[in-house]
Ligand binder design. Structure first.
Ligand SMILES: NC(=O)c1ccc[n+]([C@@H]2O[C@H](COP(=O)([O-])OP(=O)(O)OC[C@H]3O[C@@H](n4cnc5c(N)ncnc54)[C@H](O)[C@@H]3O)[C@@H](O)[C@H]2O)c1
Ligand SMILES: O=C(O)[C@H](O)COP(=O)(O)O
Length: 528
């Protein structure tokens, strides 16, 4: 059974897949204290949160069986993703599931700040009839500056156009082509400041966006501008905003998110020119159902089928791309497991090379599989695709990944070389169309071996009779040979023999093998 803990308010109907799954139990404990979360997290395989629960390093430290932290939403700033990665815990989110909700909230805020709706509503419900105090401004023919042209920024742009607004977009990844397609203008941050009547923010909170809207920015704005922030608190310097509103440089602001939540800035609270909502951007029935559905499905896929789609701490890829990579992921892990046994020591340098069709692919996951296989030999099952790179770095082992254009004679080819001082070991492999995975190179020798669980690797002198003697010895021990391959550099020189065995062999057999004349070394290599 897999146990899932939910600590924020999440749509029950969206969680149906989890509730109805026979292998899952769901435990909802809304508003759990941090201390309580730290003490009970060890019982759970998955944790689902929104933006309220702080999933700190301390929580993660105690999460001995946790495999997935799911954010039923977009921003993962309340999760210590680095600590999760170190521990090999997958962090997933539901990008896109609340895009429309956040977009529509932004437009609601845009209209609210333009027409003073909340202020007018409040005094009208209090019984005052004052038609003169709340004259607003129109959106029609005004300029909207959008900072952050991702999913929400783009949807806001489309809707603003239907109001007859001129739209400017700023985003480091925004191109002239995309701007032309949307019928808006690509702008610089300064142009947004200088020309916009309304400015709306749609970036994540990063080092680059923290206090992006600060005193200096607010000095440049068109007098009377109105600001909307439904992205993240911290992008606007709240004290600078309060000052600019006080001076009238900024006519108003509409904020859904704050530097601290709930907000504590006294200049914001009760300010008649500032419209505030309590982080409601994603709070629609539809969005909450969708985020819950997405994370539930993905938790089931990860825990039951080991398929990962929206991990924040893993490369993103489509189902189809992941399917195509499967044979390479298996092969990569086996190569890693085998090559480290050939080296017989901890590596001090790792090299990964890709050739052929693989150079066009996103190979990050294959490299992670190889490193996972490699590290499992010394670090055991605590290594997974999430923490493999981190653990290698932590061991201080540099790794290089190269994509080579040279032709290796195979449609696709991958190679892993590990070093320890002067020693090195190398395995090269390919996936043959219709025939599956093959190891085609061990150190300097060309061979053709299907990777299997038990491989007997023999280093010998190329001379008549050795193959027969090895076969006879294994036969006497009732050890069945699946396949046998030999490779040599020169006739009568150094050679290797690789046999796939149906069961493992033990020390005494290896000792007897090495007693055969001309046989230098016999080693059992095991891959899971
Ligand atoms: N208020 C809410 O309830 C609510 C709901 C959903 C999303 N959000 C927040 O809204 C924001 C946007 O979400 P999204 O789904 O559109 O994300 P997204 O990843 O699709 O888009 C973010 C965009 O910001 C751009 N960006 C990053 N740094 C930038 C910078 N320095 N200057 C300009 N652009 C920059 C990125 O290039 C990207 O295009 C996120 O912070 C998200 O957490 C809030
Ligand atoms: O990043 C998000 O998805 C939004 O900020 C929504 O947060 P919430 O799920 O806590 O409403």
């Amino acid at each position: 059974m897999f146990k899932v803990l939910i600590t924020d308010r999440i749509s029950d109907s969206g969680l149906r897949a989890l509730y109805e799954h026979p292998l899952f139990t769901v435990d909802k404990q809304i508003g759990l204290s941090h201390l309580d979360l730290v003490s009970i997290i060890k019982h759970y395989d998955a944790l689902i949160v929104r933006s309220q629960t702080e999933v700190t390093g301390e929580v993660i430290q105690q999460a001995s069986r946790l495999q997935v932290i799911a954010r039923a939403g977009v921003g993962v700033d309340n999760i210590d993703v680095k600590a999760a990665t170190r521990k090999g815990i997958i962090v997933i989110n539901a990008p896109g599931a609340n895009t429309i909700a956040a977009t529509e909230h932004t437009l609601a805020m845009l209209l609210a700040v333009a027409r003073n709706l909340p202020q007018a509503h409040r005094i009208t419900t209090e019984g005052e009839w004052n038609r003169g105090a709340f004259q607003g401004v129109e959106l029609y023919r005004k300029t909207l500056g959008i900072i952050g042209m991702g999913k929400i920024g783009t949807e806001v742009a489309k809707r603003a156009k239907s109001f007859g607004m001129e739209v400017l977009g700023f985003d480091p990844y925004f191109t002239e082509e995309r701007a032309a397609k949307l019928g808006i203008k690509k702008a610089t941050l300064d142009e947004i400041a200088v020309f916009s009547d309304f400015i709306t923010l749609h970036t994540p909170l990063t080092n680059a966006t923290e206090n992006l809207i600060d005193e200096a920015f607010l000095q440049k704005v068109k007098p009377g501008v109105r600001l909307i922030n439904c992205a993240r608190g911290g992008i606007i310097d709240e004290d600078a905003l309060v000052a600019a509103v006080g001076e009238g440089r900024v006519a108003g602001a509409a904020l859904d998110v704050f530097q601290t939540e709930p907000p504590t800035n006294q200049g914001l609270l009760g300010n008649p020119r500032i419209v505030m909502t309590p982080h409601l951007g994603a709070s629609t029935v539809e969005a909450q159902e969708k985020v819950a559905e997405e994370v539930s499905t993905e938790i089931i896929e990860i825990l039951e089928k080991k398929v990962i789609r929206h991990a924040v701490n893993m490369p993103q890829m489509t189902n189809e791309a992941l399917q195509n990579l499967q044979p390479y992921l298996r092969l990569g892990e086996q190569i890693g497991q085998l090559v480290i046994q050939l080296l017989n020591d901890a590596p001090d340098k790792v090299e990964i090379d890709y050739y052929g069709d693989l150079i066009k692919e996103d190979t990050d996951l294959i490299s992670r599989s190889m490193i996972k296989g490699l590290l499992t030999h010394h670090l055991g099952d605590s290594v997974n695709l999430i923490n493999a790179l981190h653990l290698l770095n932590e061991q201080g082992v540099p790794h290089t990944v190269r994509k080579n254009t040279k032709n290796k004679g195979f449609a696709n080819y991958l190679e892993m070389t590990v070093h320890h001082g002067e020693e090195s070991a190398c395995i090269g492999a390919t996936v043959l169309n219709g025939y599956g995975e093959r190891i085609v190179k061990i150190n300097q020798y060309r061979i053709d071996v299907k990777p299997e669980r038990h491989l007997l690797f023999i280093n010998h002198h190329d001379m008549p009779g050795i193959i027969g003697k090895v076969g006879a010895l294994l036969g006497d021990q009732q050890i069945n040979i699946g396949t046998m391959q030999v490779g040599r550099t020169d006739i009568g020189g150094n050679a290797i023999m690789v046999l796939t065995l149906d069961k493992p062999i033990y020390g005494n057999v290896l000792k007897e093998l090495t007693a055969i004349e001309g046989l230098r070394e016999a080693q059992l290599l095991e891959a899971k």
